[in-house]
Write a protein that binds this ligand. Sequence first.
Ligand SMILES: Nc1ncnc2c1ncn2[C@@H]1O[C@H](COP(=O)(O)OP(=O)(O)OP(=O)(O)O)[C@@H](O)[C@H]1O
Ligand SMILES: [Mg+2]
Length: 244
Amino acid sequence: MIDARDDVPVIALSHVVKSYPVGEGEVLAVRDVSLVVRRGEFVAIVGASGSGKSTLMSITGCLDFPTRGHYRLEGVNIRELGDRDLSRIRNTRIGFVFQGFNLIPRMSALQNVELPLVYAGMRAPERRRRAGAALEIVGLVDHAAFLPNRLSGGQQQRVAVARAIATNPALILADEPTGALDTRASAELMALFSQLHAHGRTIVMITHEREIAAYASRVVELRDGAVISDREQVPTTAAAGFSG
Ligand SMILES: Nc1ncnc2c1ncn2[C@@H]1O[C@H](COP(=O)(O)OP(=O)(O)OP(=O)(O)O)[C@@H](O)[C@H]1O
Ligand SMILES: [Mg+2]
């Protein structure tokens, strides 16, 4: 069966500009970016510090609006949504992964993964089943009862990935997901991203490390808020899986 949504890009940014007022003038953090991301793509956004990566990410994640231009997520112009619809879309259609994991310290791995499902109003048994399945995918079902401080950084980030995929979102949005991880944990996380990509997930990931961007199927480079290159590539395939 062909899903009608297959034809609609996950992300469609059209002439997006983001400026911040500074004193009398303004700083242009993003200047005229047009970008389409289709279902199943794994895109790395690269660029030097200050090139506009995080600004573009917060617009893509519906955490901020463009100053000019348009943004459609799965065909929906997010400018036209009210607050409730906007938070519902953020919670259910986008799975966020941050550099600092952002897990709740007093909650077990399983409870952390359940959280977006709680917000989505899902009942406890179904919630637990879905969260358990997500932990299984990231290889941490044996750690479901652990509090975050009993997990390594790499494991905490994989719990965060489980939380991000639990709602079955259209888009996984990751801002420097390996920024706080050592080389080995970074490679394991990228193995997981490659696996999710192979299973058809759409991923947009910010990184300033070339070796990390190598796992993506497409690399978009920003400079001074503008796209200066956009190319497809054969992704690095992660050699090994990961262990507990
Ligand atoms: N809230 C803000 N107010 C004013 N200027 C801002 C604001 N946020 C970002 N900027 C400016 O916009 C530009 C882009 O910043 P952004 O954080 O998007 O860059 P980045 O590529 O994510 O950098 P980094 O790699 O250091 O995280 C920078 O010049 C920054 O100083
Ligand atoms: Mg940034």
